[in-house]
Design a protein around this ligand. Sequence first.
Ligand SMILES: C[S@@+](CC[C@H](N)C(=O)[O-])C[C@H]1O[C@@H](n2cnc3c(N)ncnc32)[C@H](O)[C@@H]1O
Length: 201
Amino acid sequence: MWDDRYGEEGYAYGKGPNDFIRDQAHAFTPGARILCLASGEGRNAVYLATRGYRVTAVDLSVVGLEKTRLLASENGVEVHTIHADLASFDLGEAIWDGVTSVFAHVPPAVRSALHARVVRGLKPGGILLLEAYTPAHLDLPGRGGPPPHATQVFMTAEGLEQELAGLSFDLIRETQRTLREGRYHEGLSGVVQVVARKPMQ
Ligand SMILES: C[S@@+](CC[C@H](N)C(=O)[O-])C[C@H]1O[C@@H](n2cnc3c(N)ncnc32)[C@H](O)[C@@H]1O
């Protein structure tokens, strides 16, 4: 499904970064080593690389990763790409200064295990930036997000607080905002946004 979508003309979610990532990227320390989860066609990974961060992008879609490398080259930056399934991807222990997760909707068992690995993989002081659709999105007019029947893959602030236990939250909120991200994310949408930090021991 994702290879088909990314095989279409242009960039499905645009070439520019997600607004939340752009607005919160200052939370990362200069030169930070950042992992972009479910990075798609690389709009956020490439944006962060242009800001001087050392970026690794991981996704299941080979086509998305190819387009990431193309977008990086267009922008004169490098992004290290990894083809992997987040169900089994090993983030290691205390090696990332930052992690991004933007609309990374996976089944709940995969998600909770992944989030535990995110907590483990962040260095002390490391930052997670996450934005995802909430169930409230289903009552809003915005286009995009998981199919309505896939209720369990939406995220909530309450669920994320539990799954990300071990991080402290600078920001965690459910909100509505207007997305303008290419063909597939458009209009008033329900999202949860997180800025979380791994405490210095
Ligand atoms: C809605 S797109 C978001 C892409 C990107 N984060 C962005 O905002 O432009 C969801 C992405 O999750 C990826 N994905 C879904 N399940 C995955 C899995 N199990 N492992 C790795 N990537 C996955 C898809 O390939 C797709 O690129």
